[in-house]
Design a protein around this ligand. Structure first.
Ligand SMILES: Nc1ncnc2c1ncn2[C@@H]1O[C@H](COP(=O)(O)OP(=O)(O)O)[C@@H](O)[C@H]1O
Ligand SMILES: [Mg+2]
Length: 364
């Protein structure tokens, strides 16, 4: 009867629970009261500009860096006081951190050997891990003879061979060129999914985060501004920072001049813009709209602005129109396919649905 109490498992949604983590370096606060929760099997990204604390959080979770305060709970167990090698967390570093003088197989075997497994016992798991990343035929090569993409596969095999409870990857694709990066993202995502592995990717690349993650934590100065799935982040950014960091937008500053039935009318430098919002008259705001939601051929009930074109970029799958920037305001419109008939310097009318208008209060 009471034996069951010890059998209790943590709820799946709090498989990893970072509770109130704080970190300062020489008196400079880098992270203050960080709370971050990941479910079992989730693929999550930490996304944010350089210096916002992504690597710091990752290292705290891994046990490579000690937080000043706070706890790290993994699978219901408080691992805060455990050293890195006792947490059963694997890390793939940005530069892969492979041992250059060892072969591919020896690199992958390293963690198992460190845990006391014999040379003959590691053979099967190492071969399996290398097969997973399609590097089995390279087992006896020195890692120094591998390309960047191959080294990355070896680093992933080395991380997975120990059956980690959690996989952490710090900018794992940043050393690869664009095409290879996309291939590796797709491959790795499929591999982690098929094995049910819980993983946290660190990246400053929003497309990468959107592509590999179930949810993305957008970080700014040591804080999480929004933690949501990619479509929510894009369609309903919680702050101007998230709106600006995830995707592109036309955005205008102004202030609310009328409020009626949950529609705020905002006066901007280029005319009035309406948005679904309860914000009251006088509130300083930023309004925005995603560029693909703008039409150059608006109907009367839409928001409308006049924009002078600064540049027309024909990208094949889409045509991007840039308006002349005024102050902090930015004007961007994306039309599908190749569009001719637009020229720099001409003035155009853009429109979009009131419901598609993003609005955030900003400091006055
Ligand atoms: N060992 C350290 N000593 C002093 N400052 C550090 C140290 N590590 C990181 N920082 C500072 O902490 C902040 C966050 O760094 P980091 O976590 O590496 O950011 P990110 O990975 O998002 O680029 C930065 O301002 C960085 O300069
Ligand atoms: Mg970093």
């Amino acid at each position: 009867m009471f034996a069951q109490a010890t059998e209790q498992r943590p709820p799946a949604h709090r498989y990893l629970d970072v509770v109130g983590a704080a970190k300062s370096f020489k008196g400079t606060v880098v992270m203050d009261n960080m709370n971050f929760r990941v479910a079992k099997g989730e693929l999550v990204s930490l996304l944010g500009p350089s210096g916002c604390g992504k690597t710091t959080l990752l290292r705290i979770i891994a046990g490579l860096l000690e937080a000043d305060t706070g706890d790290i709970i993994l699978g219901g167990r408080n691992v805060s006081s455990l050293p890195a090698h006792k947490r059963n967390i694997s890390v793939v570093f940005q530069n892969y951190a492979l041992f250059p003088h060892l072969t591919v197989a020896e690199n992958v075997a390293f963690g198992l050997r460190a845990r006391g497994m014999s040379k003959s016992d590691v053979k099967a798991p190492v071969a399996e891990a290398l097969a997973l990343v399609r590097m089995d035929t390279f087992a006896d090569r020195p890692v120094s003879a591998l390309s960047g993409g191959q080294q990355q596969r070896v680093a992933v095999a080395r991380a997975l061979v120990v059956s980690p409870d959690l996989l952490l990857l710090d900018e794992p694709f940043s050393a690869l060129d664009r095409k290879l990066r996309e291939t590796m993202q797709i491959e790795l995502k499929a591999l982690l999914r098929s094995r049910g592995i819980t993983a946290i990717f660190v990246t400053h690349d929003q497309e990468e985060a959107m592509g590999v993650s179930d949810r993305i934590a957008v970080m700014n100065s040591g804080r999480i501004e929004q933690f949501a799935d990619p479509s929510t982040l894009y369609a309903q950014p919680a702050s101007p920072f998230v709106m600006d960091f995830v995707g592109l937008s036309t955005r205008l500053t102004g202030h609310v001049i009328a409020q009626a039935d949950g529609i705020a009318t905002v006066k901007t430098h280029v005319g009035k813009v309406r948005a679904n919002s309860q914000l009251v008259v006088g509130t300083p705001v930023q309004v925005g709209v995603r560029p693909e939601l703008i039409t150059p051929d608006p109907s009367t009930e839409m928001n409308q602005i006049k924009v002078q074109l600064d540049d027309v970029m024909t990208l094949g799958s889409k045509t991007v129109l840039h308006g002349v920037t005024t102050g902090a305001d930015k004007f961007l419109c994306e039309l599908p396919g190749i569009r001719t008939g637009y020229a720099r310097g001409e003035t155009v009318t853009w429109g979009w649905a009131v419901a598609d208008t993003l609005i955030h209060e900003v400091p006055a």
